[in-house]
Design a binder for this molecule. Sequence first.
Ligand code: UDP
Ligand code: MG
Length: 341
Amino acid sequence: MNSLSSGISTTLASIDRPLDLSVVVPLYNEVESLPRLIAAIEASLKNTDLRYEIVCVDDGSRDGTAALLKELAIEREDLSAVLLRRNYGQTPAMAAGFKIAQGRVIVTMDGDLQNDPADIPTLYAKLDEGYDLVSGWRKNRQDDALTRLLPSKIANGIISRVTGVKLNDYGCSLKAYRAEIVEDMNLYGELHRFLPALAFIEGAHIIEVPVNHHARQFGQSKYGLGRTFRVVMDLMTVFFMKKFLTKPMHVFGMFGFASMSLGMLLGIYLTIVKLFLDQDIGNRPLLTLAMLLFLGGLQLLSFGLISELLMRTYHESQGRPIYRIREVIGSGDRRSDIAES
Ligand code: UDP
Ligand code: MG
């Protein structure tokens, strides 16, 4: 694994963190899988020179996952456990893991043994080639064809189109990130699957690599078809974030202005008809249309202004810049760091 270790001193070294790799795993009722999972992660990483940790997040399990996890974390040096107070869902569980992860690279995966820890070094090596995010692609996905594969295929197509990030498999949890990409991200809803899209908005270089996938051996899936709806809603949020996050007035303002102008023109036309041609306009559908367009436009415009204020609060309250810098060359101390590595 020499290529990995020498790689660390090149592209991945500029981030100031104590470990090379954190494997973050959300767990909800996965007591049977847990010991096997830890063993498999260890087996996959012990032959590399990577300094790694496993961060398991128990998402309020009710089957003894938490107790077992606690026991293991006390026993093992390479394992940290985060026990959430109740079941929050996969996204918050992952966010909790991100919060305590100390690796320069963060790999996420499912805790049900459907993802294969043997793929982790491959993802890591890909990051080392200069990508910011490496996403797993379950080329041979082992799930039910009708309820999982078909909706997933459609969803991946739509998400790729809407977000502009073409991935075959958004739903695969096995992904590797540079830590600073994850640090930049605020997660809500079930946005973890959109992390590539969100990262892309922040300017990340993304690549997809095929990974193994196994059928679930223990326990059961936590999701049904209902997820599709939530994914669509989240997609709309992401679409908005992508397009208009820093310039809402451009979209609302444009439509608002167009609608108002059209309404106004119609209004002028109707006024002329009434005043100069002496015709009745009270029962003309055009009058209703003019009013609708004018008022609708006015609302859109005001909405744009309010969004503009909200957007400023969003960025300024977090000290969040409206741009992301990849690298700065030629300024003070950091310059020598970068030059050395
Ligand atoms: N998960 C979680 N909290 C939840 C639901 C799921 O932490 O509320 C975890 C679960 O334990 C697993 C991963 O998220 O490690 C993916 O869940 P699952 O395998 O049920 O999803 P699927 O593979 O069926 O899409
Ligand atoms: Mg699963």
